[in-house]
Design a protein around this ligand. Structure first.
Ligand SMILES: N[C@@H](CCC(=O)N[C@@H](CS)C(=O)NCC(=O)O)C(=O)O
Length: 201
């Protein structure tokens, strides 16, 4: 039995997207961000964060780890591709997404959406925007000559990186100077499985 703890209005959306994309049966417990540090949830994840996946009593946290685990255990090609080389590429792009991109997008998101206007740090937004130029170019270059990150097919690497980049849409980051990345992002986020997640609590 699979259970995903975490509201879709959080990083849990990524793991819900993976579960939907894989067509798995699962229970969804939409733990709110505000309740992530409750004693009950701390027993699932000592960090007090969502998402958490429970797979027959095995608890996993960290959204990228959850998604790679789900793809490897329950997926098949092309979502979880067939070779070790391509598995390496899935790890590479996923870790690139959360280390090179996510922190800068969160800085912009926080300052544009969550901080009161008079406390907004425009310099931090500017620095983060500058820092995103290099990884965005890496993605844009990769996607100029292939429809998806690994080639012709949508894989867990696309899902993981696109889910990180969905913060750019929320934070209204201008993506027009990386048109191949922008078009790929729209294509990924528009997938039916991701659209279904938007309707979840
Ligand atoms: N690196 C973790 C981050 C998880 C995380 O920070 N989740 C936020 C919601 S998006 C959270 O649980 N916040 C609750 C809190 O910090 O109290 C992951 O990707 O799963």
């Amino acid at each position: 039995m699979l259970t995903l703890y975490g509201t879709s209005k959080s990083r849990s959306a990524r793991s819900l997207w993976a579960l939907e994309e894989l067509g798995l049966k699962y229970q969804h417990v939409p733990v709110e961000v505000a309740n992530a540090k409750s004693p009950e949830h701390l027993r699932r994840n000592p960090n007090g964060h969502i998402p958490v996946l429970e797979d027959d009593g095995h608890y996993l946290w960290e959204s990228m780890a959850i998604n790679l685990y789900l793809a490897e255990k329950y997926g098949k090609a092309p979502l979880w591709p067939a070779t070790s080389d391509s598995h390496g590429d899935c790890y590479k792009w996923s870790f690139f997404g959360i280390t090179e991109i996510e922190p800068h997008l969160l800085t912009i998101l926080r300052n544009r959406l969550f901080v009161p206007a008079d406390q907004r740090d425009e310099k931090a937004i500017q620095n983060a925007t500058e820092s995103l130029k290099a990884p965005f170019k890496v993605l844009d270059d990769q996607l100029k000559s292939r429809p998806f990150l690994l080639g012709n097919d949508f894989t867990i690497a696309d899902l993981n990186v696109a889910s990180v980049l969905s913060f750019a849409m929320l934070a209204k980051v201008d993506l027009t100077s990386t048109p191949a990345m922008q078009a790929w992002l729209q294509k990924c986020l528009g997938r039916e499985a991701n659209q279904r997640v938007r309707n979840l609590p």
